[in-house]
Design a binder for this molecule. Structure first.
Ligand code: SF4
Length: 80
């Protein structure tokens, strides 16, 4: 089953360069020459969704977040 595609969004004003995000998810996030995170896969494929969740969860500055690329599916059930 496929999930709704997500993107990992970096708030560069909040990032303090701890590097924890690219330590826990190196196949999804790497650092540039300034030590700032660079998201490698955009949108995040299903195979890397766990990496995205880990990277967001580990950031002590809350500088990473997930953004959904499409609205959630609408229910097929009739409204009452
Ligand atoms: S863990 Fe958070 S503060 Fe540290 S480099 Fe990654 S985004 Fe920036």
């Amino acid at each position: 089953m496929s999930t709704i595609p997500v993107r990992v969004v970096v708030d560069r004003t909040a990032c303090a360069g701890h590097g924890m995000c690219y330590s826990v998810a190196p196949s999804l996030v790497e650092c540039d020459e300034q030590g700032d995170p660079v998201v490698l896969l955009d949108p995040v494929p299903d195979t890397h969704r766990g990496d995205a969740d880990r990277a967001v969860a580990v950031c002590p500055e809350r500088a990473l977040s997930l953004a959904y690329t499409a609205p959630p599916p609408v229910s097929e059930e009739p409204l009452r």
